[in-house]
Design a protein around this ligand. Structure first.
Ligand code: SAM
Length: 491
């Protein structure tokens, strides 16, 4: 990778060219940009014919097309030889081409560049990747970035940092960030990503929590190599942990507690095994319960085994190779031997609440959600704290408010006087829905922070001709659920 003395010049060149997400998007236009997202470069090539530095850099890195040495010199003044020497560009005759990717990336407040390996499989070309391939920004990277809670904190750990994408985000709200990996190329790229963006984080070599032994953090964010694959001699380090089955996730879950400050979060993107005859919730809960951490686990989808095998063999460029069918079969054999019947994908948000009775919420939620989810995860934790702090009498004295985004839906035969059933639905976050009865619906509507919960329940009892004590007892558990799920909150 490029040595330090050249990094400021590279940063200046990229800045001077305005090689940013917005500028490249504007240059390409929506259609060519979408085509590039589908790994098709022809429309983008046509949109980058003006010879400007931003067009040259886009052709060079994003489209992986050769550019003339002269154009490269204009876009990267005084840097081409150094980049060739650092194996980041390759020279051939009068042309140069990219050997690694420098990819514009950003959020609402930042323009960054991420150094990673070239995206395989552009324009239908072979998707060959090396075993030490360093992923760029993947869908999983973006999911984790959106899931992560972005409050101002003291310290954060990016476990399995790869190109450094999560570390960049973390450094925008954590005073100290440590980024770890086991892949030497990833470590080099992660360092260069940080230096190029003038973002200070500490990059460390080592597996899982080894490089941070004895240290604790306010936030751990990790998109680990979670693919559940048969053990082989060789592995793709960006996706295969080398641990058996979904053990990498279990190890992270079990190890997190020792590395979290009080109130700290560990947010994990993961795959997990569905074993024959065992509910997935039971299996994941058996990892979490001994840690004493609070947990909100969302299973977003479940892949059947053939779909899963096809996805990951294609990811490694195996599809169409002479060995494809044999490998496909070997994966299925191994799944069968292990008693695996499907693979779940989802998110684990663990929190060191320090309570003796932790809050666990493991659920399947395959529906469309609102991103970023991070603020809603933080709010879930705050509501769990609020609930745990109140006994039933205190809860009856609380002045609750309903979520601003809650709406009511009624279902029943058209024209009927009374609906068959009522639903309440949140418009934000996971967009949760829940079937309710008229008492719950009335209560949610009435919770505006004015009256105490007990007063509201008594008023409803009077209105409906029910016994107040009975109504309180019946609905307190429901109220706790409505708070946990975010329909009602503490003001
Ligand atoms: C799926 S990539 C995630 C990269 C990046 N954090 C992101 O969000 O896009 C997983 C990363 O974990 C690294 N890794 C693999 N085994 C590891 C281990 N035992 N401990 C720490 N990191 C590991 C890989 O080298 C790879 O960079």
């Amino acid at each position: 990778m490029l040595s330090d003395p050249y990094v400021p010049a590279l940063r200046d060149a990229l800045r001077h060219a305005d090689f940013t997400v917005d500028q490249v998007g504007a240059l390409l236009g929506a259609d060519a940009h979408r085509a590039l997202m589908r790994n098709e470069t022809a429309p983008a090539y046509r949109a980058t014919a003006d010879g400007s530095p931003v067009s040259t850099l886009t052709r060079l890195f994003s489209l992986q097309r050769p550019v003339s040495r002269e154009a490269a010199d204009r876009a990267l003044p005084g840097l081409v030889d150094a980049l060739v020497g650092a194996d980041m560009l390759a020279a051939s005759g009068e042309d140069v081409r990219a050997a690694v990717d420098i990819r514009p990336y950003g959020d609402e407040d930042h323009d960054w560049w991420v150094v990673c390996d070239l995206t395989p499989g552009l324009d239908g070309g072979g998707r060959t990747v090396t075993r030490d391939h360093v992923l760029g920004i993947s869908e999983a990277s973006s999911s984790l970035a959106q899931l992560t809670i972005r409050s101002e904190i003291g310290s954060a750990l990016d476990l399995g940092a790869g190109c450094g994408v999560q570390a960049l985000h973390l450094a925008s709200h954590a005073r100290r960030v440590v980024a770890t990996d086991v892949n030497q190329r990833a470590l080099e790229m992660c360092r260069l990503t940080g230096a190029l963006n003038e973002v200070a984080y500490d990059v460390r070599d080592g597996s899982l929590f080894d490089p941070v032994a004895g240290e604790t953090y306010d936030l751990i964010a990790t998109n680990p190599p979670f693919v559940v694959s048969p053990p082989t001699e060789e592995r793709y380090v960006y996706r295969d942990s080398g641990f058996s089955g979904d053990d990498v996730v279990r190890r992270i879950v079990e190890g997190a507690q020792a590395h979290l400050n009080p109130g700290g979060w560990c947010q994990i993107l993961a795959n997990w095994i569905h074993l024959d005859g065992q509910p997935w919730t039971e299996r994941i809960a058996s990892w979490i319960e001994p840690t004493g951490l609070d947990a909100w686990v969302l299973q977003r989808e479940v892949a059947d085994l053939p779909t899963y095998v096809e996805m990951w063999l294609a990811d490694a460029g195996q599809k169409g190779t002479p060995d494809y069918v044999r490998q496909y079969d070997a994966w299925l054999d191994w799944f069968e031997d292990q008693g695996i019947e499907g693979i779940g994908f989802g998110w684990l948000c663990l929190r060191n609440s320090g309570r003796s009775t932790p809050t666990l919420n493991l659920e399947e939620w395959p529906y469309e959600i609102e991103q970023p989810l991070g603020p809603h995860v933080a709010a879930w934790g705050a509501r769990a704290d609020g609930l745990a702090a109140l006994d039933d009498d205190q809860l009856l004295g609380a002045r609750l408010v309903h979520a601003e985004d809650v709406v009511q839906e009624t279902f029943g035969p058209v024209g009927a006087e009374d609906p068959e059933y009522l639903m309440v639905r949140l418009q934000r976050g996971v967009r949760r829905a829940r079937q309710v009865d008229t008492v719950e619906a009335g209560l949610i509507g009435a919770c505006d922070g004015e009256l105490q919960l007990g007063q509201l329940l008594d008023a409803l009892a009077q209105l409906l001709g029910r016994e107040p004590g009975e109504l309180r007892m019946t609905y307190l558990p429901q109220v706790r659920e409505l708070i946990a799920d975010g329909f009602l909150t503490f003001p």
